[in-house]
Ligand binder design. Structure first.
Ligand SMILES: [Zn+2]
Length: 257
């Protein structure tokens, strides 16, 4: 993976979806345990890899760039017990991490940072303030979108509280104090599939009864340049399709062959 992933990112026309499966973290856990120095070293190496990948993708995600409409997801396919085992049903084994990045938004954020630094060099505090406000606006759009869905009674969709996928849902998302746009507390696995399918523009797999995860939509969904209103509009449209798809599955799924 270390050898092949970065070169593959230089050839964006050769693939639509690229899946890189790193084995080292799992292996370090099995061999040395989760709390070992070897695991710490391996996770730090993965951090560096993700940083390299992000920079390479973001650099080519400007207007007209090959990754303009791309997204990066970094996730584990399972967790581990402290002893490095998995396969059971404990939270340590079943819960994993998910990092979702809109490359277009990352590119724009890096551009703004670059511009801010240049302005700082020229001593223009006023321009810096404008850039800072712009960056904060992106964060507040995503946060406001989620707050509308989770905390405003009039905007809450029935689908959000329906079905098995929401039964174990944690309290709503919170804005992350650091660099991340949004920090969701948890996203049920069943919701990942329909959300990614819609974002990728392909059909939701037959039989899936998950719902579009607003936490992912806040980061990856289209706002059509209209901020929180645009995010709400695109989510509403996609959620309606999601409702129809689940409804058809409930009506005909059992009898279909
Ligand atoms: Zn394993």
């Amino acid at each position: 993976m270390l050898q092949h992933l970065l070169p593959a990112l230089e050839r964006p026309r050769e693939w639509d979806v690229l899946i890189g499966h790193y084995l080292g973290v799992d292996h370090a856990g099995h061999t040395y345990g989760v709390a070992s120095q070897q695991m710490t070293d391996k996770v730090m190496q993965m951090d560096e890899q993700v940083a390299h990948v992000l920079h390479k993708l973001a650099a080519a995600a400007g207007p007209g760039g090959p990754y303009e409409r791309g997204m990066l997801l970094v996730m584990g396919d399972h967790g581990q017990t402290m002893g490095g085992d998995h396969g059971g049903g404990s939270a340590h084994e079943t819960d994993s991490v998910l990092l979702a990045v809109s490359l277009q938004k990352l590119h724009a954020a890096l551009q703004r940072r670059q511009q801010r630094r240049e302005k700082e060099e020229h001593g223009s505090q006023q321009q810096e303030d404008v850039q800072h406000q712009s960056r904060e606006q992106h964060r507040s759009d995503a946060t406001a979108f989620l707050q509308q869905l989770h905390t405003t009674p009039g905007r809450r969709s029935p689908a959000i509280n329906a079905g098995n996928s929401s039964s174990s849902r944690q309290p709503g998302p919170v804005p992350h104090p650091a660099r991340q746009l949004v920090c969701a507390q948890s996203i049920p696995q069943i919701d990942l599939t329909p959300t990614l399918a819609v974002l990728l523009g392909v059909a939701v797999p037959y039989g899936n009864v998950g719902r579009l995860a607003p936490e992912l939509w806040a980061v990856l969904g289209s706002d059509d340049g209209k901020g929180v209103d645009g995010l709400l509009a695109s989510y509403q449209g996609a959620l309606w399709d999601n409702v129809q798809q689940v409804r058809l599955q409930m009506m005909y799924g059992k009898n279909a062959t």
